[in-house]
Ligand binder design. Structure first.
Ligand SMILES: [Zn+2]
Length: 269
């Protein structure tokens, strides 16, 4: 597991030179002049030298963003993995509003403050066929507990492991031909100890902050199906979604079949 910091700061020539001497690898495009400019680079949190670079940068007011990268060995060793996919487009109807909520969910048990408790009771709507590019799976912006695949990806990767699919519609409610939603019914509890959470003031549900570092929290019990969602919600503010998890058997198909546009994060054991 490698923690990668993305660092950005307005740096003078003197500061850039100092960062380079401390071991930062700055992209070549930055100028040699004395003028300050916005410099962005990445560095792994690996040793004393990299921590020295990070100390320098934060001392000068840099912004930092952190992500974690897992090795192939770590991904192959995990019994369960959190799955996420390429984010592409907004749920319909209404591009930047909440029209999709009424169209897609039973909201009778949902909280308007934190977004938890929605129950899908209709197909998702998209603007049209996804422009897949180099991707094979996708998620809609804002809706991180639903995941979609090309129909042939569903039938070669997911269907053999008992995962059902349901159609996706366009705004005229015609079925789309190049995308299906994966149906994930079984829910499982995580062991949330030690993970930052907040209690919603309106509904009293506990919501965990997004898991940005390290492995995903371990499961309390062994799932029966090969793809499940967590009972718990993750997110911040009005954003909240259950996490989707796949077994190693599905993760192996994704690797071996070269399915693109997918992120897998090991679940702790
Ligand atoms: Zn709430």
């Amino acid at each position: 597991m490698k923690t990668i910091h993305r660092v950005g700061l307005h740096a003078s020539k003197v500061q850039k030179d100092e960062l380079r001497r401390a071991g930062a690898v700055l992209p070549k495009r930055y100028s040699r002049s004395d003028d300050e400019e916005l410099v962005v680079f990445e560095i792994a949190d690996a040793d004393a030298a990299s921590r020295n670079v990070l100390d320098l940068a934060t001392g000068w007011g840099a912004f930092l963003d952190v992500r974690v990268e897992f090795s192939d060995d770590e991904v192959c060793a995990a019994a369960w993995l959190r799955i996420a996919a390429w984010h592409h487009g907004y749920p319909q109807p209404d591009d930047l509003n909440d029209g999709y909520l009424e169209a897609t969910y039973d909201l009778s048990n949902a909280c308007s403050a934190c977004g938890s408790g929605r129950r899908q009771n209709a197909p998702f709507q998209m603007k049209g066929e996804p422009k897949w590019g180099r991707n094979d799976m996708m998620q809609l912006i804002w809706v991180y507990d639903a995941i979609f695949a090309k129909p042939e990806v569903w039938s070669s990767v997911f269907e053999p492991h008992g995962v059902a699919s349901r159609p996706v519609l366009n705004r005229r409610r015609n079925e789309l031909e190049t995308v299906v939603q994966l149906v994930v019914e079984e829910t499982q509890d995580i062991v949330g100890d030690g993970h930052a959470a907040q209690v919603c003031e309106r509904c009293g549900r506990t919501k965990y902050l997004p898991v940005a570092r390290g492995m995903f929290p371990r499961l309390r019990a062994e799932p029966r199906s090969a793809m499940v969602r967590t009972n718990e919600y993750f997110g911040s503010g009005a954003q909240s979604s259950q996490a989707l998890l796949v077994s190693q058997a599905i993760a192996r198909e994704i690797r071996e079949q070269g399915i693109r546009g997918v992120t897998l994060i090991p679940v702790a054991q």
